[in-house]
Design a protein. Structure first.
Length: 254
């Protein structure tokens, strides 16, 4: 992550506070804990390249990574060199056009923090394509914000909506968060495409709470601190109230 901070992405980077680095380091640890990665691997939505590079380091094998062609960093030399250094082959792809891989050609796919940025039709297209290119018994690793997190429950009790704002932010032609998903919803959705969840875990992300409450207009920081503290304490008993969910799914044999 720190190496990536020195890359010229052509886009503004988040401020790397100690809290930000800690939260997202835990995030990547949770992703890696779902299974031992084995190349070749496809990552959908490379973003700043941290996960793809990490997979390249861990496996020493071939990694493909797709990203929307409108993102500025795809054409940046530093970014391209960073990805090549760790065995990552970049592919510009809009998702709506389908994934440029043959059917039953991939054993492992990572789709982390992507699905919440897609419109409904694109979600269905993406999952259909993932199912198409996975071999029977192939694995999908997916992470996304947890709609059922405690901060959302508190916001509902307070009379606020947990839907993303109607005016969604953009980066290039890609969208900010369009919608979030609950775990049972994800189970049904993946099941429609022959993907069965075999493991699900959760993690805290206090940054989600802060962003949501600030968007709602809450001006008292103690509310965010209280909700995050309550989430940390209660999640020891009810893990599913945490902020992010991590799913390992397998393509069923046909």
């Amino acid at each position: 992550m720190l190496e990536a901070a020195h890359i010229d992405y052509g886009e503004p980077l988040p401020v790397l506070t100690d809290e930000f680095v800690s939260v997202w380091s835990t995030h990547y640890e949770q992703i890696m804990a779902l299974m031992v990665p084995t190349a070749p691997i496809l990552e959908i939505g490379s973003g700043y390249g941290i996960l793809a590079a990490g997979l390249g380091i861990l496996t020493g094998g071939r990694i493909w990574a797709t990203e929307h062609p409108s993102r500025a960093y795809l054409s940046r030399l530093q970014y391209q060199q960073f990805m090549r250094r760790y065995g990552v082959e970049l592919i510009a792809n809009t998702l709506a056009e389908g994934l440029p891989f043959a059917s039953a050609s991939m054993g492992t796919i990572y789709c982390c923090d992507v699905i919440e940025h897609l419109l409904a039709d694109d979600v269905m297209t993406l999952l259909s394509e993932i199912s198409r290119i996975l071999v029977p018994g192939g694995k999908l690793i997916l992470s996304t914000p947890n709609l059922n997190r405690l901060s959302n429950i508190v916001r509902l009790w307070s009379g606020f909506s947990v839907n993303p704002p109607l005016q969604v932010t953009k980066a290039g032609a890609t969208l900010g968060h369009v919608r979030e998903f609950a775990v049972r919803e994800m189970q049904c959705l993946l099941g429609c495409f022959g993907l069965d969840i075999i493991r699900c875990s959760y993690a805290l992300n206090p940054l989600f709470t802060r962003e949501a409450f600030e968007r709602d207009g809450h001006s008292f920081r103690w509310i965010c601190r209280f909700v995050n503290m309550a989430t940390r304490l209660l999640s020891a008993v009810i893990p599913s109230i945490q902020d992010e969910m991590y799913i390992l799914a397998i393509k069923t044999e046909k």
